[in-house]
Every structure is written in structure tokens, then in C-alpha cells.
Design a protein. Sequence first.
Length: 94
Amino acid sequence: MAKKGVERQLALLLTKVKQHNGSNGTKTIERAFNFSVKAHGSQIRASKEPFIIHPLNSALILADYGLDSKTISAALLHDVLEDVKGMTEKKLAA
């Protein structure tokens, strides 16, 4: 999925969040998304898709359940600590 596809998925995620929670928490989700994209950089999955696809799809599932922005943000960040070389809990928390 190209960059535009990822952007469409993010837009869909934010739309779903707004349906369940209004605009509450969308900035937190966008911040987590941007951090995850930056942290993963040019990493790609075995499928040749950008690495963010899996966390983004996880976040979309949670948004379908109407979960809160902190939970959705955690989905976006869940692979950063494990899969990004040099990432520490301290850097992630900053």
C-alpha cells in the first residue's frame, strides 16, 4: 500500500473515532500515528507494504469497537518498541 493508501486508512480511522467519540482524542491518535511512521521509517513488511499497515489495521479494528483514543494510540505504537532498532521505553514515553 502506497503512501496515499496509508493516508486514506488514517482518514478512515479518524472518521471512525469521531463517529464513536467525537473529536475527542483525534490529536492523540494522529500524534501516535506520526510517531510510529517516523520510528519505523522505511521498514517494510514481508508483503512489501509499509510497516505501519499492521498497527494501522489493528487501530481500525479497535475503532470499530468504539474504544478510546489511548487504546487506539497504543495499537498504533505497539510494534515500535519491539521492531525499531535503538528504540527504548524512555524514547517512546517522551
